[in-house]
Design a protein around this ligand. Structure first.
Ligand code: IMP
Length: 184
């Protein structure tokens, strides 16, 4: 879906398709250099990070494994509760693996901080985070994120996997919603 297809529901395109592709390629290059000789297991949190994962993984010039988790922290609201429930756990055992957690967006950081504690308890050989977006001003906890795509303002964004009430995930860019579409 193109920005024009969303029409007036979209207030602004924050990051267009081209900038997304360029940054994803840079992240993939950094990851492949850092993980030379120790292939990472990409752990992905559904569903928001799926588009990012698809592009990132294909830009990495070595074979990587992937596994998926689904967690719920928001329901249909928009404020993180910090209370996380695992809806789908990983299929593989991450013990002694080089785990790279691929995230869509870090807002308060509460979901990520819970996930990192959960994964660290499974004794991976290493554990790092690659997040496409980070809302710097919104962070409520101190989390170490090795790879960050873009730091963005503290606004609700959609597109490239990110949704509002399950809508707009297939938008090619990342944008903000018009005020009358904004979550209250
Ligand atoms: P946190 O626990 O506050 O860091 O929230 C992280 C999760 O909330 C992300 O993985 C997203 O699923 C969701 N989220 C946070 N901000 C946004 C946004 O601006 N648009 C869409 N989803 C968001």
């Amino acid at each position: 879906m193109e920005p024009e297809d969303v029409g007036t529901e979209l207030a602004e395109v924050l990051i267009d398709e081209q900038r997304l592709a360029q940054r994803v390629a840079q992240l993939a290059a950094a990851i492949s250099e850092d993980y030379e000789g120790r292939p990472p297991l990409l752990v992905v949190v559904l569903k928001g990070a799926v588009m990012f994962l698809a592009d990132l993984a294909r830009a990495i010039p070595q074979s990587v494994e992937m596994d998926f988790m689904a967690v719920s922290s928001y329901g249909y609201g928009t404020a993180s509760s910090g209370v996380v429930r695992i809806l789908k756990d990983l299929d593989v055992d991450v013990r002694d693996r080089h785990v790279l957690l691929v995230e869509d967006i870090i807002d308060s950081g509460l979901t990520l901080s819970w996930l990192l504690r959960n994964l660290a308890a499974r004794s991976p050989a290493s554990l790092e985070v690659c997040a496409l977006l980070r809302k710097r001003d919104a962070l409520q906890v101190d989390v170490d994120i090795k790879y960050v795509g873009f730091d963005i303002p503290n606004a609700f964004v959609v597109g490239y996997g990110l949704d509002y009430a399950e809508q707009y995930r297939n938008l090619r860019c990342i944008g903000t919603l018009a005020p009358d579409r904004l979550p209250s």
